[in-house]
Ligand binder design. Structure first.
Ligand SMILES: [Zn+2]
Length: 281
C-alpha cells in the first residue's frame, strides 16, 4: 500500500533496520559539473556555459539525494565524483571510448576531447583510478563488518534523446547478482502508486512510476560501477531518479526517505545480519 502524510513519517526504518542497513556505501559518480580550470585554455569555456546545467555535464540533484539518503541511514560513506563526466566518466571503464566522450548530445562536439594531445590524459586516468581505489578500500572495510550494500545513485533527464518523454520516475537497474536490486525494486513498488503520463508525479504523496531497468538496462555501459564492485559480500543496485523530482529540498527529502526505507527493507529481506561493533560513524 502507498504511504503518505503522517503514515509516511511513521514508517521510517526501524532502529534495527537502520543499523543493519547502515553498512552501506553510496556512490554518486556524476554529481559534479565541474571543469578543471587548466582546461579553460583549450577553448572549453563557451561550450561549458552551454552544457553546465544540462544532464550531459552532470546528474542534477543526485548528490543532494545521495547525502540525504546517507543522513537517514546513518552511513558516512558517500563517494561523489568531483569532475564532470564530460572530462572523464567514472561510470565507464577507463579504456572505453565513452569514458572521455567526444560529444554532448545536441550540444555537439566536446572540446575536451580528445585529451591525448593536451597533456592531461594521465591526470584524467589518475582521477578515475583514485575514485575506484577509494570505493574498493571502503567496501573492503565495510565487508569486514558483514554484507555491504552499494547504492550507485544517478539522475536522468525527463526527455531522452531525441526529445522522447520518459514516464519512469524512479528506475532500479539490477546488474550482476540481481537479488538485492529486485528486492529494492519490490520495496519501492509497494510504497508508491503508479500514475498515468498525464498525471504529475508527486514525491510527498508517493505517486511515482517505479520501473525495473528503466531508463537504462543492466546491460547499459552505465552500470559499470555496480558491475565492477559487486562481490559475494557486496550487493549492488543502481538507482535512477528523474531530475525534475530533485529540484526542491522538500521533494529531495521525500524521495530520500522513500529510498532509505526501501533499501532497509531489501537489506533485511536479502542480506545476512551484520556482525557486532561496526565502525560506522
Ligand atoms: Zn549518472
Amino acid at each position: 500500500m502507498p504511504e503518505s502524510g503522517l503514515h509516511c513519517l511513521m514508517s521510517q526504518p526501524s532502529e534495527r533496520a537502520k543499523r543493519q542497513a547502515s553498512n552501506m556505501v553510496i556512490t554518486v559518480p556524476h554529481g559534479s559539473a565541474a571543469l578543471p580550470h587548466y582546461l579553460d585554455c583549450f577553448g572549453a569555456t563557451a561550450f561549458w556555459k552551454a552544457v553546465a546545467n544540462t544532464h550531459f555535464a552532470s546528474d542534477r540533484g543526485a548528490s543532494a539525494l545521495g547525502r540525504n539518503i546517507a543522513a537517514i541511514m546513518k552511513t558516512s560513506d558517500v563517494l561523489e565524483g568531483s569532475l564532470s563526466r564530460l572530462v572523464v566518466d567514472l561510470n565507464r571503464p577507463i579504456e572505453d571510448a565513452s569514458a572521455m566522450p567526444s560529444e554532448a548530445g545536441a550540444h555537439g562536439a566536446n572540446p575536451l576531447y580528445p585529451p591525448q594531445d593536451r597533456g592531461d590524459l594521465a591526470a584524467r586516468r589518475t582521477y578515475h583510478q583514485a575514485f575506484h581505489s577509494d570505493v574498493e578500500s571502503i567496501l573492503a572495510r565495510r565487508a569486514a563488518a558483514g554484507d555491504v550494500v552499494l547504492i550507485d545513485q544517478h539522475s536522468f533527464d525527463r526527455y531522452g534523446e531525441p526529445g522522447v518523454y520518459r514516464g519512469v520516475d524512479i528506475g532500479v537497474c539490477a546488474p550482476a547478482d540481481a537479488r538485492y536490486a529486485l528486492a529494492l525494486y519490490d520495496a519501492l513498488l509497494q510504497r508508491c502508486t503508479a500514475r498515468a503520463d498525464e498525471i504529475a508525479p508527486h514525491p510527498e504523496m508517493r505517486r511515482l512510476n517505479i520501473r525495473l531497468n528503466e531508463p537504462y538496462s543492466a546491460d547499459h555501459p552505465g552500470a559499470y560501477i555496480a558491475r565492477r564492485h559487486a562481490s559475494p559480500r557486496v550487493a549492488c543496485a543502481v538507482i535512477e531518479v528523474c531530475d525534475d523530482l530533485l529540484i526542491d529540498k522538500c521533494s529531495i527529502q521525500s524521495i530520500a526517505r522513500l529510498i532509505a526505507a526501501a533499501t532497509a527493507e531489501a537489506t533485511i529481506a536479502v542480506l545476512s545480519p551484520p556482525v557486532e561493533n561496526t565502525n560506522d560513524a
